[in-house]
Write a protein that binds this ligand. Structure first.
Ligand SMILES: Cc1cc2nc3c(=O)[nH]c(=O)nc-3n(C[C@H](O)[C@H](O)[C@H](O)COP(=O)(O)OP(=O)(O)OC[C@H]3O[C@@H](n4cnc5c(N)ncnc54)[C@H](O)[C@@H]3O)c2cc1C
Length: 395
């Protein structure tokens, strides 16, 4: 039996166009809203008992639902709260915070900046809720959640109970995680570890003016008039990131149709260096870290334990990350582009965002995305992968 739902703003039949930032998609057959962790656990376990279709939704900023809607229960995560966690293992000058899954991500960042805790300031302005942040290991302007994530509390469907999973067991990678790859369950809370900043001399604010982590993104360093690797007061960094993001339609603004989107619609493709050699010289390429070579010597202990003899592995290929925005633009799909009669368009501020310019359907969004994928594949032989979670939509 599922617990009863109290009066909520979103009820059964609410269309996904009201629940997601892309503002497309048909109705959710049934909607449950969890405001407390025990409620979230009870709802999820109740749903798993029924074995009916279910899905989780946070802020809906990385979700595109098809026009027919979802024939099952949508569980909205609305648990909030940030609290420090005592941790003797932490070195001095660090703080560990526990953030409930339904807490607004940018409110968390603002709180950290206000308190002089650095580590997430470059992630200012990313829409959505904390529980979804590990799902695609959110990242921007040279920071990623994985830089600060300590662990998550995870209600595991297969095991039937909640467990703490350390960050390094989550398969966090560029816009990817074990959860995105199919580990089924609910992120109940996330723990992050931040640096308690040293106040800078001559602080202008009443609260300590502490320095950011070293800036790792050239455009951001340029906007701040500093060098890569420099540190600036975290308030300044947050403000600069928010300005940069707004200029690209990357902060939510009901008045700005370019922000009626999921942010970047495609991930930056990672290809072998060999493949990238054939691309035009002007194509941006970002070398990826080379994986550690696996030791090819089998130890006596391993042999005694009955493990197979290790075979030397071929040297791993060097990989480079390409710019999806560059590929799309150079394939001739420019900012503001839209297919005839469609309400979906490439953002007028950023080539990587597919937007709803008003009245778009999910089919129109998918049609434009397919067009982009085809153009880039024809031009460069690269197949772009969507970043948002698509429900009942094929590219
Ligand atoms: C304008 C704009 C700019 C953006 N910029 C960035 C950016 O710079 N960097 C970036 O990384 N992303 C960016 N995004 C994408 C998005 O904001 C992030 O992916 C965000 O973390 C999604 O959070 P959400 O709560 O809205 O997720 P939702 O869309 O609600 O959910 C996303 C996925 O996570 C699952 N999920 C949600 N909550 C939980 C939970 N508690 N436990 C387990 N699974 C859960 C959902 O089922 C779904 O599959 C942007 C989006 C927009 C609209």
């Amino acid at each position: 039996m599922l617990p009863e739902i109290g009066p909520e703003p979103a009820g059964d039949g609410t269309p996904f166009s009201d629940l997601t930032t892309m503002r497309v998609g048909g109705p959710a057959e049934r909607v449950l809203v969890a405001h407390a962790t025990d409620e979230l656990v009870a709802y999820a376990q109740g749903l798993w008992d029924t074995d009916e279709p279910w899905m989780l939704l946070g802020g809906g900023s990385n979700t595109v639902m098809n026009d027919r809607g979802f024939p099952g229960t949508v569980l909205l995560v609305r648990t909030t709260g940030i609290a420090p966690v005592a941790d003797d293992a932490l070195p001095e000058g660090r703080i560990r915070l526990r953030v409930q899954a339904g807490h607004d991500w940018d409110h968390l960042v603002a709180t950290c900046v206000e308190n002089g805790w650095s580590g997430v300031e470059a992630l200012s302005g990313i829409p959505g809720l904390a529980g979804a942040a590990p799902v695609q290991n959110i990242g921007a302007y040279g920071q990623e959640l994985s830089d600060v994530l300590h662990s998550i509390e995870f209600l595991d469907r297969e095991r039937g109970h909640a467990r703490r999973i350390p960050a390094d067991a989550l398969g966090l990678a560029y816009r990817d995680s074990a959860i995105k790859q199919g580990l089924e369950g609910v992120v109940l809370s996330i723990d992050i570890v931040l640096t308690v900043g040293e106040p800078t001399r001559g602080a202008r604010h009443a609260a300590p003016e502490v320095l950011s982590e070293p800036i790792a993104y050239a455009q951001l360093a340029g906007a701040l008039g500093v060098e890569l690797g420099d540190r600036v007061p975290i308030r300044e960094l947050r403000e600069s990131v928010l300005r940069l993001r707004a200029s690209k339609g990357m902060v939510l603004d009901a008045e700005d149709r370019d922000s009626w989107s999921c942010g970047s619609f495609f991930t930056n493709p990672i290809v072998t260096e060999r493949f990238a050699r054939d691309l035009p010289e002007s194509a941006p390429r970002f070398p990826q870290p080379v994986p550690e070579p696996v030791d090819a010597v089998t130890t006596f202990a391993e042999l005694e334990a009955g493990l197979p003899v290790r075979v030397p592995e071929p040297e791993p290929e060097r990989m480079v990350k390409l710019s999806a925005a560059w590929l799309i633009d150079q394939a001739g799909v420019r900012r503001g582009f839209r297919l005839p009669g469609s309400g979906a368009a490439i953002s007028s501020k950023h080539t990587l965002a597919i937007t709803n310019q008003g009245g778009a359907t999910a089919d129109e969004v998918a049609e434009l995305a397919r067009f982009v994928v085809q153009r880039v594949q024809q031009e460069f032989g690269v197949i772009l992968a969507p970043e948002p979670n698509l429900y009942g939509l094929e590219l």
